[in-house]
Design a protein around this ligand. Structure first.
Ligand code: HEC
Length: 121
């Protein structure tokens, strides 16, 4: 009889511990899913920049027309200060730059690239 009680107590404790472990794990995993808003899915601005722009603009420079580079003081000279200014150039660029229409780079990706340029160079 005594033995049976001990077994019952051990079993009850294990169930408690097991429940605690599950409870501790669940909020953490749902929180991690919450931290991933849909906008963050897909390549980053830096990756998109490397894929599409870095050939001609390595390190924010410009291998074709060195005056029209992506560094703040040079951009500023041509009035390029906001993401919209950069997206406008991608959709309708000056001589020597290839066109990036919405099929090549979506509006969302264009926005990511523009934000990356503004904060990096
Ligand atoms: C084939 C080469 C090439 C590629 C690829 C390219 N560019 Fe350019 N880019 C140029 C050239 C050349 C100019 C100068 C055009 C002019 O004279 O107006 C330029 C100008 C710019 C300017 C204006 C800079 C200034 O100071 O006036 C921005 C902003 C820019 N590019 C962004 C981009 C972005 C963003 C990408 C990628 C999505 C990209 N470029 C890809 C060649 C390129």
């Amino acid at each position: 009889m005594k033995k049976l009680c001990v077994i019952c107590i051990v079993a009850a404790i294990s169930v408690c511990v097991f429940n605690l472990l599950i409870a501790a794990e669940n909020p953490a995993s749902s929180e991690m899913q919450m931290k991933q808003p849909p906008e963050d899915i897909g390549p980053t601005g830096e990756e998109l920049f490397r894929q599409n722009c870095a050939v001609c603009h390595p390190e924010g420079g410009n291998i074709i027309n060195s005056q029209k580079n992506l560094h703040e003081e040079d951009r500023d000279e041509f009035g390029i200060r906001t993401p919209e200014d950069i997206i406008k150039i991608m959709r309708n660029p000056g001589p020597g730059m290839r066109v990036f229409d919405e099929n090549t780079v979506s509006d969302r990706d264009a926005q990511k690239i523009a934000e990356y340029i503004l904060k990096t160079f």
